[in-house]
Ligand binder design. Structure first.
Ligand code: NIG
Ligand code: FE
Length: 409
């Protein structure tokens, strides 16, 4: 099979477990959708059948970005709640009054599947514009068998239509829908009953839940995870966002791919995650937008060797951002991650939070998903640390996804 050669690159390979893995004057050989060879141009193997050559003139090349936690599929928005919160009403209070997630459930149910798709596609394209090549999309605003299936079909359609890899996560245990008011155990039973059907339709890659005082208890979370386990589906969890419910340790007991948010994570939770290899997904957008003050325990996670990932958590209530680069910056300024940790969080560790080991580093055998960062556009990115630097700027890389250059749509 023929090869395409990308040369003249400054590569941030992210190989090994630390460092950028910089290779100046680097080259990438792509075969089909995979990286065939990566290294310094001086070591390029000779005598290969190279059919296309691209000179990058010293541009920085990183793995494509992985946004491992989003809620892209929903109707309406919650700008009015943002204003209420700024007038002193808390996120929890709005949720208890039936607003919050449940107000988005109403708008999502009222929308047609095509309009849900059109909105989700526009959002997904915005993530892609900033270098995202893999994105996770959760359900969780349908909250009935029919409406959860619609949201997951929209996620699958994104993956089938756009040049991006989409992983779909069933988050039916996100909030209690109004028709189950006062009957949360019955709702959990309903979720466990429809999960096999959604899975049989090929709509689910993983199962998530929101374990929180305003959502579901640890016991209810276990029931959902038992149902997932019975189907062989991996689990992940919204855990310790607003209070410590012991969710991260619970998830780790199920070998969870990730526990996400984690502002209120305890030492026991960290130890359990380290033992299980569960990734800590930090979401600085939600921390910022909810004006939280309790920081996730980054130093302790680091000491315990828990892999740290970052994501946009795009959703209409707690994190309406569609900028992965802004999340890199905020992870550094708010959470004190280093720019290197932030980039690993949105590449190799983001992939790991989705159970994907074939992407996130530039090394032979991995998927040929990479971003070529601009040296101009007013915001040049010449070193990988600068990806965290251009606060709030629109930086648009060239992107190769599965070996093919994407249009700048
Ligand atoms: O990840 N925490 C729960 N779920 C979302 C927020 C959903 C919403 O407010 O609509 C999150 O922050
Ligand atoms: Fe979330």
């Amino acid at each position: 099979m023929s090869l395409s050669l990308w040369r003249g690159a400054r590569l941030a390979t992210l190989t090994g477990s630390s460092g950028y893995g910089l290779v100046d004057d680097g080259a990438l050989l792509v075969q089909g959708d995979r990286l065939h060879w990566v290294g310094p141009a001086t070591a390029l193997p000779a005598g290969l059948d190279v059919t296309a050559e691209h000179e990058l003139h010293g541009a920085l090349v990183t793995p494509g970005l992985v946004d491992c936690h989003t809620h892209l599929v929903y109707g309406g928005h919650r700008g009015h709640e943002f204003e209420r919160r700024l007038n002193g009403v808390s996120y929890e209070q709005i949720a208890r009054e039936g607003g919050g997630i449940r107000s988005t459930v109403g708008a999502t149910r009222a929308a047609s599947e095509d309009s849900l798709y059109a909105d989700a596609e526009a959002r997904c394209r915005q993530l892609m514009r900033e270098g995202v090549t893999t994105v996770e999309v959760k359900s969780g605003y349908g909250l009935s068998a029919e409406h959860e299936a619609r949201c997951l079909r929209v996620a699958r359609r994104l993956g089938a239509t756009l040049p991006v890899t989409v992983r779909s996560t069933c988050l039916s245990a996100h909030a209690l829908p109004p028709e189950f008011a006062g009957r949360s155990d019955d709702y959990i039973a309903a979720v466990c009953a429809w999960l096999p059907e959604l899975h049989a339709q090929g709509l689910v890659d993983a199962v998530d839940a929101f374990c929180e005082a305003i959502a579901f208890t640890p016991v209810q979370t276990r029931r959902v995870f038992d149902a997932a386990r019975a189907l062989g589906l991996p689990v992940k969890l919204h855990a310790e966002q607003l209070s410590d419910q012991g969710g991260a340790a619970l998830g780790a007991g199920y070998g969870a791919l990730s526990a996400d948010h984690l502002e209120h994570l305890s030492a026991d939770g960290i130890a359990a995650m380290a033992r299980a290899g569960t990734v800590a997904v930090l979401l600085p957008g939600a921390y910022y937008f909810l004006r939280e003050t309790k920081l996730p325990p980054v130093a302790a996670l680091r000491r315990a060797g828990v892999p740290i990932a970052l994501a946009t958590d795009h959703n209409p209530g707690s994190s309406p951002t569609l900028s992965p680069l802004l999340m890199l910056n905020m992870a550094c300024t708010l959470f004190r991650l280093t720019p290197e940790e932030a980039l690993r969080g949105m590449t190799v560790n983001g992939a790991r939070a989705l159970g994907l080991r074939d992407r996130g580093q530039l090394v032979a055998g991995q998927r040929a998903d990479f971003a070529i960062w601009p040296q101009a556009q007013g915001c040049p990115i010449e070193h990988p640390g600068e990806l965290s630097y251009w606060l709030g700027q629109q930086v648009t890389p060239r992107v190769v996804w599965g070996g093919q250059e994407r249009d700048k749509a």
